[in-house]
Design a protein around this ligand. Sequence first.
Ligand SMILES: Cc1cc2nc3c(=O)[nH]c(=O)nc-3n(C[C@H](O)[C@H](O)[C@H](O)COP(=O)(O)O)c2cc1C
Length: 271
Amino acid sequence: MARKPTPTGGRSRDKKPATSEARVNKPATGMARGSKPATNSKAASPRAVFGQRQVAPRMDAEEGNTPRRRRGDSDWEIRKRQWKPSTLLAPVPAIMVSCGGNEDFAPNIITLAWAGTVCSEPPMLGISIRPERHSYKIIQATKEFVVNVPTAALARATDYCGVKSGRDGDKFAGAGLTPVAAEKVAAPLIAECPINLECKVKKVIKLGSHDLFLAEIVSVQVSEDILDKKGKLRIDKAELLAYAHGEYYVLGKRLGFFGFSIKKATTKTRR
Ligand SMILES: Cc1cc2nc3c(=O)[nH]c(=O)nc-3n(C[C@H](O)[C@H](O)[C@H](O)COP(=O)(O)O)c2cc1C
């Protein structure tokens, strides 16, 4: 049976993660300094005060059985369960990293979710790979790779490259993807992905199950399909893929732009 395609190193979602149940009482926002929180049967517990913000203590479920109140009540509570430490950061990208493509290594693709931007100047990103992966050996030796950002239409190909190994065959052929020569690295781009980031490894850090490859982005290719007539990037057109708790999603509708929370209500566009 195929192994579950999780980058969490085998931690199954089905395992019972709960260690204890907790309950959080959240005070109403905007409460004036010194004013008392609304009382209920749990309100006897002390609340820490930082500046003007009251912070409700976390209470164990066993401590009481207060009925749940609705948001908008002057005092409401959220039940929380304390789980053991895990990688439950979501959503994360699901990217296809291409590597190899020189006389020593055939081109290969590995799907990764443990990846992210880590620096703006110079532009850098990090990818975490288990040493037992075929691609690890390639990237360790060549010190370069390409991050290919997939669309929802490429969800199946993305999953395929995350459950098959390049040791057993050509994943470009198996996933129906097209290798295209990159600009600054030997590893090929995946033509079907609208964004390709060519990377050169600067540092490798051993973390535990995974090693972190920190790399500089040395060239960026963007498909014309996601550019408007003026050449401006229309990322909303790309229908990018996201990954959360072992499942694939498509990036949904735009909710705002950087800084929109403090812009005047009349400002509709970004710049
Ligand atoms: C959605 C998804 C995300 C993954 N993320 C990672 C990851 O971040 N790091 C990793 O080492 N493996 C990750 N994997 C597993 C590898 O992609 C998988 O083991 C792959 O078959 C390795 O290919 P290779 O042997 O050709 O290198 C992921 C798999 C999937 C399906």
